[in-house]
Design a protein around this ligand. Structure first.
Ligand SMILES: NC(=O)c1ccc[n+]([C@@H]2O[C@H](COP(=O)([O-])OP(=O)(O)OC[C@H]3O[C@@H](n4cnc5c(N)ncnc54)[C@H](O)[C@@H]3O)[C@@H](O)[C@H]2O)c1
Length: 256
């Protein structure tokens, strides 16, 4: 089943970084876009910039970990733009509270930090699926794209165990949902980015980024727009028969 010619796209964590690039790529290709972010100012600025380019866009503040907030954002998006046909679960955090910008080792990790990472990175995606997939089922079409990480597929020294666990869980989440929702014409896929040059990555030690660059076959970090292109492919008619897959966008780093 192909998607409607004018998709309505709901992107979480769309205020900056990879989420902003994915939302902008869809907007500039003619979709109506809900820019959803924890930070209201970022959401509004991103949606206003898209609207200035003539795009139908709305900026919505929501913490994806809070189901009531997600439900309110989903209702507001549908009211402003129409039924959502593409959900991009991108909002994520990767706390690295160490003095040198490194993650805490498991035994030293604050349990509250563990819970927050799971709540945002994993439960946040569940909350959005819970709020938006019934509408897709009613339409008989939809695309769900979950932003995992190569760190969810193999050991990666840079991130914490909470982050790795949440991103690995998103892969199981993707495959299971692909099975459940396929009969309703909904595809569910994941993207596993490598090291992408965003505010999240710029917040870590420069040496860590340089170390990754040197072991990445393409010898550079990725750009958010390069993840956005793959996201656009997965939401396009060209990917109508692709579901339950994880696509690495990592320049060959870790080659999971
Ligand atoms: N940058 C990378 O190298 C990289 C690699 C692999 C995976 N990822 C994943 O890609 C996604 C985006 O990463 P990024 O580098 O663009 O991050 P970023 O920190 O630059 O941007 C994340 C955005 O999400 C928002 N956000 C954070 N918590 C939220 C919440 N609870 N509810 C709603 N919005 C929230 C932030 O306000 C911010 O605008 C994340 O899921 C991240 O784990 C990033």
């Amino acid at each position: 089943m192909s998607l409607s010619s004018s998709p309505v796209v709901f992107v979480t964590g769309a205020g900056r970084g990879i989420g902003r690039a994915m939302a902008d790529a869809h907007a500039d290709a003619g979709a109506a876009v809900a820019y959803v972010d924890f930070d209201p100012a970022l959401a509004e600025e991103a949606a206003n910039a898209a609207a200035l380019r003539g795009v139908k866009a709305v900026g919505l503040a929501a913490d994806v970990a809070d189901y009531a907030a997600v439900e309110a954002a989903a209702s507001a998006a549908v009211a402003a733009l129409g039924p959502v046909t593409v959900l991009v679960n991108n909002a994520g955090i990767s706390p690295k509270g160490g003095a040198d910008g490194r993650r805490a080792e498991a035994p030293d990790m604050d349990p509250a930090e563990w819970r927050r990472v799971i709540d945002v990175n994993l439960t946040g995606a569940f909350n959005c699926v819970r709020a938006l997939s019934p509408g897709m089922k009613a339409l008989g079409q939809g695309r769900i794209i979950n932003i995992s990480s190569v760190a969810g597929r193999t050991y990666c020294d840079i991130v914490g165990v909470h982050y790795a666990a949440s991103k690995a869980a998103l892969i199981g989440f993707t495959k299971h949902l692909a099975g459940e929702l396929g009969p309703y014409g909904i595809t569910v896929n994941a993207i596993a980015p490598g090291r992408i040059d965003t505010p999240m990555v710029r917040g870590t030690a420069t040496a860590a980024n340089e170390a990754v660059r040197l072991v990445t076959p393409l010898r550079r970090l990725g750009q958010p727009e390069e993840v956005a292109e793959v996201c656009r492919f997965l939401s396009s008619d060209a990917a109508a028969f692709v579901t339950g897959q994880v696509i690495d966008v990592a320049g060959g780093w870790l080659m999971t």
